[in-house]
Design a protein around this ligand. Structure first.
Ligand code: ISE
Length: 341
């Protein structure tokens, strides 16, 4: 968006996918973000899309992502459609030259993630921001600032605990690519180093479905010898929690995962556990779209990039190989294109 236009008018955004996440982005953009409006929505379920559109004025309703991307009243795009569609839609957005906030994961397999990155590098512009929303969570931000300040000394160990209330039966590939990808990204974001080896083990939901995943334990070995351990409980049964701890040479910093206070009353100790990510990360999702709108309006790409999406997918791919082989696996070396340096 050029500066003159940016100053005068709202950024007109098209949202692809109007399920739980897409619906939340529509609300956050339309009601909680200055300088933005939702001008179009797309969903294969037109009834749902129309219902979401009715919450934000007279947004155009499509059932085809190509039409939304081509709409001249759409300056920028949010992709919140099902994971397997992300890569193709992201490439179409890049080809149309429209800045895009793409929900994680960038793709559901490594070749597709590579194709998105290659398309963006060829375009010569950073157009995609990845929806790794934890970067916008105030508690995570504090940990990042603390690590960067050097107060903890050299980071030695990252511990991530991630629970889902109940996401239904998923394969180990789905759990790694759709859920653990957040923790893999967090470890990289906080430690800022490459991972050379991974070891992923998991417990299936039932022995009859050995490729299904109930619980995963993932170890990462960083290039400088630092370690990470990610515990992913895919069906915790009690709620949604994300806990992160960084142990450094001088001290440690952690996020306890909950937003609510802990109450001690009448001989009991209690604390509410959020049921899912939309409530736990409410503030992060608002901060994320605000920062994205600001970066598009000022033409200064920021936040998690396609490189971050690709990097996480390379590590996730090694984790999948390890989960299948039952052995530690090496992570392929990656070269960061100049566009992302
Ligand atoms: C979901 O898509 C998310 O992004 C959540 O943060 C994660 O916990 C969940 O497992 C995913 O399905």
């Amino acid at each position: 968006m050029n500066t003159d236009t940016a100053l005068q008018q709202n950024l007109r955004i098209g949202v692809i996918g109007t399920g739980g996440m897409g619906g939340r982005h529509v609300q956050n953009l339309a009601r909680r973000t200055a300088g933005a409006e939702v001008s179009a929505v797309m969903d294969v379920d037109m009834t749902r899309a129309a219902q979401i559109a009715s919450q934000c004025g007279d947004a155009e309703v499509y059932n085809d992502a190509t039409l939304l991307i081509a709409d001249p009243n759409v300056d920028a795009i949010v992709i919140a459609a099902p994971d397997p569609t992300h890569a193709e839609i992201a490439i179409a957005c890049i080809k149309a030259g429209k800045p895009t906030l793409c929900e994680k994961p960038l793709a559901t397999n490594l070749p597709d993630a590579r194709r998105v990155m290659d398309a963006e590098v060829t375009s010569g512009r950073r157009l995609i921001q990845l929806g790794f929303m934890r970067e916008y969570d105030p508690a995570h931000r504090q940990i990042k600032d603390t690590v960067e300040s050097g107060a903890l000394g050299r980071p030695l160990y990252f511990r991530g605990t991630h629970t889902n209330l109940s996401e239904g039966e998923r394969t180990v590939e789905e759990v790694i690519v759709n859920s653990a990808i957040h923790d893999i990204h967090s470890a990289h974001w906080l430690f800022g180093r490459d991972v050379t080896n991974v070891f992923a083990r998991y417990i299936p939901v039932t022995t009859a479905r050995p490729d299904s995943c109930r619980f995963a334990l993932i170890e990462l070995l960083f290039a400088d010898g630092a370690l990470a351990l990610i515990e992913l409980n895919a069906d915790a049964g009690y709620g949604y929690e994300v806990r992160v701890e960084v142990i450094g040479e001088q001290g440690s910093a952690s996020v306890n995962g909950l937003q609510e206070m802990r109450l001690r009353l009448d001989g009991r100790r209690a604390q509410v556990v959020e049921p899912e990510w939309l409530s736990r990360f409410d503030r992060a999702y608002v901060n994320e779209v605000r920062a994205w709108v600001q970066s598009v309006r000022s033409d200064q790409p920021a936040g998690p990039s396609t490189w971050d999406g690709y990097w996480s997918m390379v590590v996730a791919d090694a984790c999948i190989a390890s989960a299948r082989s039952g052995r530690p696996e090496a992570v392929a070396e990656m070269e960061q294109p100049a566009l992302y340096r």
